[in-house]
Design a protein around this ligand. Structure first.
Ligand code: FAD
Ligand code: DHB
Length: 394
């Protein structure tokens, strides 16, 4: 098999890249280790930046998102039993927070790829990358995990295979530099069958730990609480989860959290991670394969989309003019944006979570930060413009 761009991974990065390349007349093949129903059923991100929404629309894959997504003009920061609204729409000159689940984005992108006759090979195994420093890099894999070894020769390989995929590991250790911070807490996320308890997202700082109230639809809500990352989900009964949510989200003005049956629950760890460079020879890393943010800033999926936008532009210039300057600056261009999102995600995480080694002094500083960011227009504007997404070209 031969293709222009071999893409490893059918997450938001790989699928969006294949679609954008198709619009430029550039062919690609995606290989994915999971099945279609697995990728379309995994519950992850929920918040899309304005730039992601605009790109989905420009690329012709935003129709269902515009119909079924939820467009919020602000978010609430809750602390000391009181809610403080950040008016994102007003502070950013009209931008919105869009809540539309990652697996819905995946479904829309898979449907667009298949409709255009694009190839996605699901359920592959034993994926390996070869000859990355030549002009004919290769991907080897087994169909259905254990079939015969197959090879795709490509002009370029896009490593969009998430944090644990083989792409980043194919860059020689002498070239790769990794920056990492692992947080001493995780998020327990649940989906519930209930109407929304609030019109916008609520991020709560409480002495028992962080809590987040989000939504999915008029009937399904998404909530998170800070837990120990080593906790076994079995030790979190529904009653225990509700007790924590009520305590952490409580206000002194009579606001009520609406309960409902918990239909899904799981725990994720939290880390910040960036690798330099994001390119080696003909291999380009995009999304979680190159960087991870803690979810508090809602940035991971959006960064993945921003990376592939830059890559698509570089590849389009290469295929129309043969010029490589833009491809050569891919890593530096992406990393400028990545580090700003890393900073914001670390900032939101630090401000909102209970740090077990914090003294009363540090907790007071956290509350002062929250007070400042919700009462100073300059500070609120800074939070708002980062939350809604910095311009793609920054
Ligand atoms: P992935 O989505 O990880 O896709 C990689 C794909 O590669 C996967 O399908 C995987 O199966 C495949 N793969 C792996 N290994 C191989 C292999 N060997 N061969 C072939 N395929 C392989 N981000 C936001 O922007 N907003 C949010 O609100 C938000 N909330 C989040 C909440 C939670 C609970 C979590 C867990 C994450 C959240 N994120 C959020 C982060 C976001 O989900 C990720 O950043 C995003 O999925 C990254 O996309 P990706 O395409 O780079 O990687
Ligand atoms: C959701 C996830 C996030 O990480 C976040 O910051 C806000 C909302 C969500 O899943 O809805």
């Amino acid at each position: 098999m031969h293709t222009q761009v071999g893409i490893i991974g059918a997450g938001p990065a790989g699928l969006m890249l294949a679609h954008l390349l198709h619009l430029q007349g550039i062919e690609s093949i995606i290989i994915e280790s999971r099945t279609r129903s697995q990728i379309e059923g995994t519950i992850r991100a929920g918040v899309l930046e304005q730039g992601t929404v605009d790109l989905m629309n420009e690329a012709g894959v935003g129709e269902r998102m515009m119909r079924e997504g939820h467009f919020h003009q602000g978010i609430e920061l809750r602390f000391n039993g009181k809610g403080h609204r950040i008016n994102i729409h007003e502070l950013t000159g009209g931008k919105n927070v869009t809540v539309y689940a990652q697996h819905e984005v995946i479904k829309d992108l898979v449907a667009a790829r298949l409709k255009a006759g694009g190839e996605i090979i699901f359920n592959v195994g034993d994926v390996s990358l070869h000859d990355l420093d030549t002009s004919v890099p290769k991907i080897r894999f087994r169909k259905d995990k254990s079939g015969e070894l197959q090879e795709i020769t490509c002009d370029f390989i896009a490593g969009c295979d998430g944090f644990h995929g083989p792409s980043r590991a194919s860059i020689p250790g002498s070239i790769l530099k990794e920056y990492q911070k692992v947080y001493p807490f995780g998020w327990l996320g649940i989906l519930i069958e209930a109407p929304p308890s609030a019109p916008e997202l609520i991020y709560a700082n409480h002495e028992r730990g962080f809590a987040l109230l989000s939504t999915r639809s008029p009937e399904i809500q998404r909530l998170y609480i800070q837990v120990d990352p080593g906790d076994d989900i079995a030790s979190w009964s529904d009653d225990r989860i509700w007790t924590e949510l009520h305590a952490r989200l409580e206000t002194n003005d009579g606001w009520k959290l609406i309960e409902g049956p918990i239909i899904q629950k799981g725990i994720i760890g939290m880390r910040s991670f960036v690798c330099h460079p994001m390119q080696y020879g003909r291999l380009f890393l995009a999304g979680d394969a190159a960087h991870i943010v803690p979810p508090t800033g809602a940035k991971g999926l959006n960064l993945a989309i921003a990376d592939v936008r830059v890559l698509e532009r570089g590849l389009a210039v290469f295929y129309t003019s043969g010029q490589t300057e833009q491809l050569e600056s891919y890593s530096a261009t992406c990393l400028r944006r990545v580090w700003k999102a890393e900073r914001f995600s670390w900032y939101m995480t630090s401000m909102l979570h209970r740090h077990y080694d914090h003294t009363a002094f540090e907790h007071r500083l956290q509350l002062a930060e929250l007070d400042y960011v919700t009462s100073s227009r300059a500070a609120s504007t800074s939070l708002a413009e980062n939350y809604v997404g910095l311009p793609m070209e920054w």
